[in-house]
Design a protein around this ligand. Structure first.
Ligand code: NAD
Length: 456
């Protein structure tokens, strides 16, 4: 079956229909209409998967995808045009340009945590650039995967875009095929498997991975606002957000006040009985629920800690000064548990932050501009926000992606279009002049050749 899909997409791509920008636009428009028509059903699927509140489903899944679609539809013609480039004297007279060309068949593998947005957002870029797509959504969010499959089936012929549902075995079967591009969102561990498979065929990849995102709060931060924005970014989607602040590093002098402000903010957002709040999601898989529970073993809690097995509910929890060797601080938490660690001097930050690979995101709450500048130049990370969390993902003019352990490549908006395009470098020579000096026999004095650098 997978072989049939691969053959069909190869044959379809060879017809060059996707090279026509009007063709791409027509399908992207239909996709937009279908998502708009199914928006409530998509939210219901997300609720069925992990009780994702409708507000969050709209704000962080469907509306982001619709915004990405509108932005692509508005700009696709401009993006697709050949880009004129200044020519060099050596080629005079010539016309130089970059021509954007689709790669061919793209494989997109997505995770369960924002199962709609993280699947469709890259699909839009791949289609805007003129590729065909095979989508493998996560088996751990089956209701959302099903509705994605239905929407795609309704809008696209399978030789253009199709969904293959299934788990690890299906994913591996897909990876054993030859693709012209692979876009993977998921864990660092599986990212390595994807990268290895891609290497077999020299297939270019984008890897959107996770990380342990630090959130520094210094003594100049506006604490009340910091608490509100941290609580929002950490507990949205029940902490199952690749961009969520993973742990807090707060200046010792502000720790007590910050903890109180965070506690107050949690209660103000979710009420006194958080389990009853319609605005707080659940942990998607039992395996991860158990891992989160285990992370709390032996920790000192400042707030929360309740776990309800029957509902996969983990209460927003604050952990005081965890040991760096504990399970909680080993890797990405990916749940509603927030470790709070105090630091005395700026130099102390290094031992925590450098303990992990380059994170996907970095957050800093501070009004000290010099401190902001220093930390930004000192630490490498995918992207970040000063005085807020998570929101840098919402500007589709900014590339979204990791660096080092948190991934390879960035997408959204024009960056997606470029990511899914090969940039053909073109030079068109004129025939009315042909300067003979480059041709043998070489008669040009060497001292002249040494001046060529001024001509390139
Ligand atoms: P995962 O890596 O377990 O799974 C992602 C996808 O890979 C799924 O479709 C799954 O079926 C497939 N897969 C799983 N194991 C595989 C294997 N051995 N071989 C081939 N395919 C395999 O990730 P997840 O648990 O679904 O998602 C959580 C992770 O994703 C977190 O680490 C999170 O940080 C990361 N993430 C990153 C981003 C980002 O944009 N950078 C966004 C969301 C999530």
């Amino acid at each position: 079956m997978i072989q049939d899909i691969v053959n069909a997409q190869n044959a379809f791509f060879s017809t060059h229909q996707t090279k026509d920008v009007a063709y791409r636009k027509q399908y992207l428009k239909q996709l937009k209409q279908e998502i708009e028509a199914q928006e409530d059903a998509i939210c219901e699927a997300l609720y069925a998967d992990f009780k994702k509140p409708k507000f969050e489903s709209l704000a962080t899944e469907t509306q982001l995808v619709l915004a990405e679609l509108s932005y692509a539809l508005k700009n696709i013609e401009r993006w697709s045009r050949p880009e004129p480039i200044e020519s060099s004297w050596t080629n005079f007279p010539s016309k130089d340009w970059i021509q954007y060309e689709p790669f061919g068949k793209v494989l997109i593998i997505s995770p369960w945590n924002y199962p709609f947005m993280l699947t469709l957002a890259p699909v839009i870029g791949a289609l805007a650039a003129g590729n065909t797509v095979v989508i493998k959504p996560s088996e751990l969010s089956p209701n959302t995967s099903r509705i994605i499959a239905e929407i795609i089936k309704k809008v696209f012929p399978p030789e253009y875009v199709t969904v293959v549902e299934g788990g690890v075995d299906v994913s591996q079967a897909l990876l054993s095929e030859k693709w012209e591009y692979i876009f993977f969102t998921g864990s660092t561990q599986v990212g390595k498997i994807v990268y290895k498979s891609a290497a077999e065929h020299l297939t270019p990849v984008t890897l959107e991975l996770g990380g342990k995102n630090p959130c520094v709060v210094d003594e100049t931060a506006s604490l009340k606002l910091a608490a509100k924005r941290i609580v929002w970014g950490k507990f949205i989607n029940a902490g199952q957000t690749c961009l969520a602040p993973d742990y807090i590093l707060v200046h010792t002098s502000k720790k007590k006040d910050l903890v109180e402000a965070i506690k107050g903010q949690i209660t103000s957002f979710y009420g006194p009985d958080i389990q009853k709040s319609p605005d707080f999601a659940r942990i998607t898989t039992e395996k991860h629920f158990k891992e989160l529970k285990a992370m709390l073993q032996g920790q000192t809690l400042l707030f929360g800690g309740t776990c309800n097995d029957s509902e996969s509910y983990v209460e927003p929890t604050l952990v005081d000064e965890p040991n760096l060797n504990s399970k909680l601080m080993e890797g990405e938490i990916f749940g509603p548990i927030l470790p709070i660690i105090s630091y005395e001097k700026e130099q102390d930050l290094h031992q925590y932050i450098s303990n992990y690979g380059k994170p996907l995101a970095f957050y800093l709450f501070s009004t000290n501009k010099r401190f902001q500048k220093r930390l930004l130049s000192q630490y490498s990370f995918g992207g970040g926000t000063i005085n807020d969390t998570v929101i840098h993902i919402s500007n589709n003019r900014l590339p979204f992606g990791g660096v080092g352990a948190s991934g390879i490549g960035g997408y959204h908006g024009k960056h997606s279009f470029e990511l899914f395009s090969h940039k053909k470098s073109m030079v068109k020579r004129a025939n009315w002049l042909d300067i003979p000096m480059r041709y043998p026999p070489y008669t040009l004095p060497i001292r002249w050749v040494k001046r060529f650098k001024h001509l390139f």
